[in-house]
Ligand binder design. Structure first.
Ligand code: JHZ
Length: 397
């Protein structure tokens, strides 16, 4: 396989998590009788541009289906994050009724609704019908499609160029990252701004967050690599922010390369920090595997110990990352009897691979569990606040 960005041959494996079904392919009862499709989950690192990427086995259409079960609005923390960002950027860019905001992967409208209430014209681009329908109900116009150069040319031809293009947790999700980036350039007004948020690979390596690897995530990104990809497409990163979301993310601010805005010092600072942390050294990537293995082995050991002591362990949060962990560790419902999740689209269904049933959180009160394993550790504090510290559960534990 060649690198999706620089096209050089990929030779170095960052992590091999065996075989897994797509992380968001939640199963219905009937599906349990059928064959489940597994794909290899192997991640390579490119020694030339340092793009960390999954092996080519499946395509985006097979992952982002019409019944996609991830709804961004399930987390209040994420909704607040979206609102704070919208308030800040509207002010910063002086957006008004004459502007156009385009969000790629607009999901259920969790973010664009903040522009809508301020009468700022917006357009969502979203391929999954399940989430797009919800956004449309809010009054957000949605183009139900994947984004790339072809679509952007059609938009530009119709005069739909944006003052602000937003992409939150979508950049890592596109197989052809060069084509996607060229598409951004195509629909950006001459003085327009792009903001993109993605989990920062520096934090992923630092925290051994191997469960954020799944087929949906084609790339694991550093500022260094994204900077290269932007430059190649005639764009420039003029600012960057570090965010605590998803275990540590970056929000980059981009513009056309000839834009007059100056590049902020922070860009250089983070690039230097990445270098210091060894992101341009092969050994940094090759040392990751034993750390992931240890976490997996410790968890399995803990679960077997509890089982032998007749203790009950349940999980909370049917997150995509939870599926990576469970499938890599080979955990089934004999070790974790069920998972509780607030997303209606997941309740009554089963975790892909492990087939652990997903139940609504109100049933947690009756579970009489000895341990609750929170799979989406990135929002553990919100989950604990909302559910677990409730007195009722405390009494039952
Ligand atoms: P969450 C998501 O990953 C999805 P996920 C996506 N693929 C991506 O790229 C990354 O983010 C960056 C539930 N929940 O978002 C809702 C409760 O049940 O952290 C979700 O099913 N009760 C786009 O899926 C899950 O937890 C609650 O109170 O790995 C969270 O998943 C809250 C707050 C959430 O991670």
């Amino acid at each position: 396989m060649n690198c999706r960005h620089c096209k050089k041959t990929l030779k170095h494996i960052f992590l091999d998590l065996g075989f897994a079904p797509p992380s968001n392919a939640y199963l219905n009862k009937n599906d349990l009788k059928k064959q489940e499709i597994y794909f290899p989950l192997k991640v390579y690192v490119c020694k030339y541009c340092w793009l960390v990427q999954t092996e080519d086995y499946t395509n985006a259409e097979a992952l982002f289906t019409s019944d996609y079960a991830y709804f961004s609005s399930t987390s209040t923390g994420w909704l607040n994050h979206a609102k704070n960002y919208a308030d800040k950027i509207i002010k910063e860019l002086s957006l008004d009724k004459d502007s156009l905001v385009i969000e790629i992967a607009s999901n259920d409208g969790y973010l664009l609704k903040n522009f809508l209430v301020k009468n700022i014209p917006c357009l969502g681009i979203e391929p999954t019908a399940s989430t797009a329908k919800v956004a449309e109900k809010l009054g957000i116009p949605v183009l139900r499609s994947f984004f790339g150069k072809n679509l952007s040319r059609q938009l530009a031809y119709k005069g739909k160029k944006a003052d602000l293009i937003i992409g939150n947790n979508v950049y890592a999700h596109v197989p052809d990252i060069n084509d996607f980036t060229k598409g951004l350039k195509e629909i950006l007004k001459s003085k327009g701004t792009i903001t993109i948020e993605f989990p920062h690979i520096m934090r992923m390596i630092e925290g051994a967050q191997f469960d954020t690897i799944y087929h949906e995530h084609f790339s694991y990104l550093s500022l260094h690599t994204v900077n290269r990809i932007f430059k190649k497409s005639g764009l420039r990163i003029y600012n960057v922010e570090e965010l605590p979301t998803h275990g540590g993310s970056l929000r980059i601010y981009g513009c056309h390369n000839n834009d007059t805005r100056k590049t902020e010092k922070l860009v250089e600072r983070i690039l230097k920090e990445e270098k210091k942390q060894g992101l341009q050294k092969l050994t940094t990537y090759l040392n990751f595997k034993p750390r992931a293995e240890k976490i997996k082995n410790d968890l399995v050991e803990f679960l077997i110990k509890q089982k032998n002591k007749n203790k009950k362990v349940v999980a909370y949060g049917a997150a995509a990352k939870g599926n990576t962990l469970l499938n890599y560790a080979g955990i089934k419902k004999d070790l974790i009897s069920c998972v509780y999740d607030a997303a209606k689209a997941k309740q009554g269904r089963f975790m892909p691979g492990s087939h652990i049933p997903i139940l609504p959180p109100n049933q947690l009160y009756r579970s009489r569990a000895d341990y609750i394993l929170i799979l989406p550790w990135n929002i553990a504090s919100e989950i604990i606040k909302k559910n677990i510290i409730k007195k009722k559960i405390k009494q039952n534990l």
